[in-house]
Design a protein around this ligand. Structure first.
Ligand code: ZN
Length: 419
């Protein structure tokens, strides 16, 4: 069998594996709470709160769409015309067109250019979140965060670009197989190791001082069969008023992280409710599910790109002679940008299913639907999230069930448990 035939077989195998994993690991048979319960929940929310959240969401949405549209247009412009290849060649020129210079410096130039064009939109977005009192960051802090995230991108990007183009040179016929394995490995490393390495770049964590709440949270985790090493408090208030909590780390390093904003805004019972939801993610191995789906999709993308390299017209449009050359990186990023836009609603759907299961877990673990509903209302109020967003916005990008769906789930739970 030729490398091409192997690639086609691998592509089919990966697609089947991805489909199977999605069917078996994602809790599909979990219908959302009845719309009547959702509307009842919506009526329970103060009208002024709903109006303010809707105004905020309405002010932010143009920024989101502009950012997606500009990013896509620039990616296509760089990838489907010789512009991107020209930029890579230009950056490589002072280094005698050495492949490492074109691959790493040229590659980073393309990645950052595609990012920089959306910078004005990001700045506009920042003015909106400041105006609505969600962000507590001045421009100095905002720029600092931006530079930190650029540094993280540059380091990971340089390593990935060097490794990828070294492999395409060492194995011109089989690079797609190593590339697919490498992409899957990278996704896995990023999802398990990145949080532990990158969290401290943005936030400071301190152990929660002994208190009835801390004791309660550790007991809750223990009762749930998800032992945690510690409860940490993140100083999120330095940049935001938004509240959150999460469980990170694996096995012996697992810890509960609570935003200091959550401790300030919510009652201890509500904090317990949020942590019970996060324990649900840990217990159902949602990070593993997300990572497996992501790793399979990344491997699939690499093999698909190799096969796309047979399309002479596409290479001609990009002004390159082969898909595995550093100068074809803009073309590769254009393909990935299109794939990202298409995959976004699927990702959002999978995420909402996992979140709904974690909600059900929290309700069962705490057996306190009233506090759960109160917490959802508070989350929506503090984070100014639209409690019942427009259908299309919800389907395209909502990573969580809406506030009214989550409150309705609590009503349904209360009814089932005979309250
Ligand atoms: Zn969650």
């Amino acid at each position: 069998m030729s490398p091409r035939a192997w690639a086609v077989a691998t592509l089919i195998g990966l697609a089947v594996a991805l489909l199977l994993a999605a069917v078996l690991l994602v809790p599909w048979s979990r219908p959302p709470a009845p719309r009547a319960d959702q509307l009842a929940a919506l009526r329970e929310l103060p009208a002024a709160q709903v109006a303010r959240a809707r105004a905020f969401a309405g002010a932010l949405r143009p920024a989101g769409y502009a950012s997606t549209a500009i990013g896509l247009v620039v990616a296509l412009l760089l990838g489907l015309t010789p512009l991107g290849a020209g930029l890579v060649r230009l950056v490589g020129r002072p280094f005698g067109q050495h492949w490492i210079a074109e691959a790493v410096l040229g590659g980073l130039a393309v990645i950052f250019l595609a990012d920089l064009v959306t910078l004005p939109v990001a700045a506009w977005r920042h003015t909106v979140v400041v105006r609505y009192g969600i962000s507590t960051q001045g421009w100095g802090g905002w720029v600092g965060d931006l530079l930190r995230s650029y540094a993280v991108t540059a380091v990971i990007g340089a390593v990935a670009l060097f490794a990828f183009y070294a492999v395409t040179r060492l194995s011109p016929r089989w690079w797609w197989a190593f590339g697919a394995a490498g992409a899957a490995l990278l996704v896995t490393l990023l999802s398990f190791i990145l949080p532990v390495l990158v969290e401290p770049v943005f936030n400071r964590f301190t152990p929660m001082p002994a208190s009835p709440l801390r004791t309660e949270l550790l007991a809750l985790a223990d009762r749930d069969g998800v032992p945690v090493r510690d409860v940490l408090v993140a100083d999120a208030s330095r940049r935001t008023r938004a509240v959150n909590a999460y469980v990170s780390g694996l096995g012996p390093t697992r810890r509960i992280v609570v935003y200091d904003t959550l401790l300030r805004e919510a009652t201890p019972a509500e904090v317990t409710s949020v942590v019970a939801h996060e324990l649900g993610h840990a217990r159902d191995r949602d990070v593993f599910t997300g990572t497996l789906l992501g790793a399979l999709a990344a491997a699939l993308a690499v093999v698909a790109i190799y096969l796309l390299g047979e399309w002479a017209g596409l290479l001609r449009a990009a002004g390159v002679t082969g898909i595995a050359l550093p100068r074809a990186l803009p073309l590769l990023l254009a393909v990935l940008a299109v794939a990202g836009v298409v995959a976004a609603p699927v990702q959002a759907l999978v995420s909402r299913r996992l979140e709904a299961r974690a909600d059900a877990h929290a309700l069962a673990l705490t057996d306190d639907p009233d506090t759960f509903a109160a917490m959802q209302q508070r989350l929506s109020m503090v984070n100014l999230s639209d409690p019942d967003p427009p259908r299309w916005a919800y389907l395209y990008s909502a990573s969580h069930p809406s506030t009214v769906e989550r409150m309705a789930a609590a009503r349904a739970y209360a009814r089932r448990s005979g309250r």
